[in-house]
Design a protein around this ligand. Structure first.
Ligand code: SAM
Length: 245
C-alpha cells in the first residue's frame, strides 16, 4: 500500500523539499509513499484568486477564508476519502510519536498549511479537520510543520528504515528519551566512551542504557517522566495499583 500525502498550500514549490532526498526521497522513488500538492489559490472564487480576508472584529493580519479552504479539502477528500485531514496550527493538539504511528499505519494524510493569521475557525467543525501543533513556537507558515509531520510518518512506513528494530528503541516510543550514543574513536579530546559499552556484556549494556534513558528523561523532560511514572502505577483498566518503593 502506498501512503498518500496530500498537501494543501499556497506554496507548493516548498515540496518535496527535504523529503526529496535521503530516506524519504528513496522511499518515494520506490513507491512507498506519494505526494500531491494542491494550490489552495485554485479554489478561490473571485478573479483575483483571493484566499484571505481581514479578521472579523478587526486587528492585524489576514485570515484564510473557510469557503476557499472547504473547496480545497473537498477536492482532496474525493481523491483520498480515508485520509484524515490535519491542519497545522499552534492552537492544535501537540503532535506525539503515538499519533505519528497511528497516521503511518493508515492510508495517508491530507495536510492543510496555514499562512497569515491562520484559518477561519469554522473550517475545523465544518469539514472535520484535526488541529495539530508541532510545538510551542510560531512559524510563518504551516509548510515546515507539514514537512516535519510527513518526515516522522514516512520513516515508519514498512521497509523505509534499514533494520526492523531501528525505531522501536527511539525516544518517545516507550514514553522515555533514548539513551545516549557513542562511536569511534574510543577517546576524543580526553573524553572516553563509557567503559560498560566496551565490555561486550550485552545484559550489562542493556541495563546501563535503560538506566541512562530513565535518568535523562527525569532530568531533561520531567513532564514525560511524570507521565511515564503515572502510566506505571495506573494500569490500562484504570484501577490504581499499589506503587512499591
Ligand atoms: N495567529 C496564529 C496564532 O497565533 O496562533 C499564528 C499563525 S502563523 C504566523 C501562520 C501559520 O503557520 C499557521 O496558520 C500554521 O499553519 C503555521 N504554524 C505556525 N506555528 C505552528 C506550529 N507551532 N505548529 C503547526 N503549525 C504552525
Amino acid at each position: 500500500m502506498t501512503f498518500a500525502a496530500t498537501v494543501l498550500t499556497l506554496y507548493p514549490e516548498m515540496f518535496p523539499g527535504p523529503l526529496g532526498v535521503s530516506l524519504a526521497g528513496r522511499a518515494r522513488d520506490e513507491g512507498k509513499w506519494s505526494l500531491e500538492t494542491v494550490q489552495m489559490r485554485d479554489f478561490a472564487i473571485d478573479k483575483h484568486r483571493t484566499v484571505d480576508d481581514t479578521p472579523a472584529g478587526g486587528g492585524a493580519g489576514m485570515v484564510l477564508r473557510a469557503d476557499v479552504l472547504a473547496a480545497a479539502i473537498d477536492y482532496a477528500r474525493t481523491a483520498h476519502p480515508d485520509a484524515p485531514v490535519i491542519a497545522m496550527t499552534p492552537r492544535g493538539k501537540p503532535l506525539t510519536q503515538a499519533r505519528v504511528r497511528e497516521l503511518a499505519a493508515g492510508h495517508g494524510v491530507t495536510i492543510l498549511c496555514g499562512r497569515f493569521e491562520g484559518f477561519d475557525e469554522r473550517i475545523f467543525a465544518g469539514r472535520q479537520v484535526e488541529e495539530v501543533s508541532i510545538g510551542d513556537i510560531v512559524l510563518s507558515g504551516g509548510e515546515p510543520a507539514a514537512l516535519m509531520l510527513l518526515d516522522a510518518c514516512i520513516r515508519l512506513l514498512p521497509g523505509v528504515m534499514g533494520a526492523p528494530s531501528s525505531g522501536s528503541e527511539e525516544s518517545f516510543e516507550n514514553g522515555l528519551l533514548e539513551y545516549p550514543h557513542y562511536t569511534r574513536p574510543q577517546e576524543w579530546e580526553g573524553r572516553a566512551i563509557p567503559e560498560v559499552l566496551r565490555s561486550g556484556d550485552h545484559a550489562k549494556i542493556a541495563a546501563w542504557r535503560k538506566s541512562q534513558s530513565e535518568i535523562d528523561t527525569r532530568l531533561r523532560r520531567p513532564d514525560l517522566w511524570e507521565r511515564h511514572e503515572g502510566a506505571r502505577v495506573l494500569p490500562a483498566s484504570g484501577a490504581r495499583r499499589e506503587k512499591k518503593d
